[in-house]
Design a protein around this ligand. Structure first.
Ligand code: GLV
Ligand code: MN
Ligand code: MN
Ligand code: MN
Length: 415
């Protein structure tokens, strides 16, 4: 493995990740930094200063993404973009999203320290709210950047009544300018993202780097089941319209459809459930749950949801409940172009042993793929754990990932 002039400073990368981990909601488990909160804003203020200190020209775009830019030497070339996110799921870890943003900042520092000037402008982006938000939408910032936030989405409310468009404004964006400022095909030469794998494959195969071949599409839905609240002691078992037992049957049905029909190619999860009135001695009158299904194949997703919706209505009918299913969001699966994979593979080969694999997690790259070629590099997750406090990646492995991204950047810059 040759020495590489932009080799990252692993200690600085570690220290940046730990600094950001200080801006968390300590009333929640793990490292929780939900979008549109004070903790998120503090983390971004810190990032903004870090970006400015390494010579990036910092701005916030209409969709509230934080962007640091370095000019290139050749006028007129569209930028290469490196990015990810710094929001977390509730009870999340310190690496998901974060390492992709810190990687960009470390690469910008190394470019400056070595006096390296790229042909293309370089943009480092902290995309707003990549994880599922209280608005039922994920990848909000990257959707906005490519003009994929509908008017209906902009008017959605969270539990406090805040409209998404006002959340974007609070985060420094200008929602009314999103469509006009959006990037179109040709405006970005390439989007690169470093991320933790969030699964067990790299660890189990003994590889340090993953060349991402494709990313799943995610379809999310909300199912509302209405029954009749009533006294839990006096209502006989055959005279109940229990919204929770109906919903429970639906939950198990999704699991069995995903298991039995498409074992390897689809995953389905119901991770959010709301019961009303949620009292020990009241038959649940209303249950709302959110589900998602993921696959690399759009037809499989549509097929699963057709079957599931039929089951929802059948179960509701049998139990004399009302049920309706609303689509919250769909992101398209993507395939990383062969030439992009090849260049990333070459960059990884110079850095550490690597392995090709698809991503079962969604990323901002799914959105950027609407307008630009995208590529992703993974680093190992200990025990395959993620979206939990135990999420861990060795700092030396993060540094290898940063190096691979820097090598890929130099190769793409020459194209
Ligand atoms: C994003 O983290 C996802 O849910 O894949
Ligand atoms: Mn995540
Ligand atoms: Mn992520
Ligand atoms: Mn993700």
């Amino acid at each position: 493995m040759s020495t590489f002039p932009l080799k990252p400073d692993a200690e600085r990368v570690r220290s940046n990740i730990e600094s950001l981990a200080a801006f968390v909601d300590e009333s929640k488990p793990g490292w929780t930094r939900r979008p549109f909160t004070g903790w998120y804003q503090q983390g971004r203020d810190w990032l903004r200063e870090e970006m400015a200190a390494c010579g990036l020209d910092v701005s916030i775009d209409a969709a509230s993404n934080l962007i640091g830019r370095i000019a290139g030497s050749e006028p007129g070339l569209p930028p290469i973009m490196i990015g990810s996110h710094t929001d977390t799921v509730t009870g999340g870890g310190r690496y998901d999203g974060i390492i992709g943003v810190i990687a960009g900042i470390e690469i910008a520092r190394r470019l400056r320290e070595t006096g390296t000037v790229l042909r293309h402008p370089l943009e480092i982006v902290d995309f707003t709210a990549e994880e599922p938000s209280e608005f039922g939408i994920s990848t909000i910032g990257s959707r906005g950047m490519v003009n994929n936030l509908s008017a209906e989405m902009m008017d959605r409310q969270d539990l406090t009544g805040l409209l998404l468009k006002d959340g974007i404004r609070m985060a420094g964006g200008r929602p009314e300018l999103i469509a006009g400022e959006a990037r179109n095909k040709g405006d970005v030469s390439l989007y690169l993202e470093l991320h933790i794998e969030q699964g067990p494959v790299l660890e189990q195969t003994g590889n340090k780097l993953g060349v991402v071949t494709g990313i799943v599409g995610i379809h999310r839905y909300r199912v509302t089941v209405e029954g009749k609240p009533n006294h839990a002691g006096t209502t006989p078992m055959n005279m109940r319209f229990d919204a929770l037992t109906g919903a429970s049957q639906m939950v198990l049905e999704l699991e069995s459809i995903c298991r039995e029909t498409y074992a390897e190619q689809v995953v389905g999860t119901i991770g959010k459930l709301h019961v009303e009135p949620n009292g020990a001695n009241v038959i649940p009158g209303r249950t709302v749950f959110e589900l998602e299904v993921r696959s690399l194949d759009a037809d499989i997703l549509e097929g699963i949801m057709r079957r599931f919706q039929e089951s929802v209505h059948r179960i509701a009918g049998e139990r004399k409940l009302q049920a309706h299913v609303d689509c919250l969001s769909k992101s398209e699966a993507i395939r990383v172009a062969d030439d992009v994979q090849q260049t990333i593979r070459a960059a990884c080969r110079e850095t550490a042993p690597s392995f090709d694999l698809p991503s079962g997690a969604g990323h901002d790259a799914n959105q950027l793929a609407r307008i630009a070629p995208v590529g992703m590099i993974f680093v190992p997750s200990r025990d395959g754990r993620s979206h939990c406090p135990e999420e861990w990646t060795e700092y030396e492995d993060v540094a290898l990932g940063v190096e691979a991204v820097a090598r890929a950047l130099l190769l793409f810059d020459q194209k």
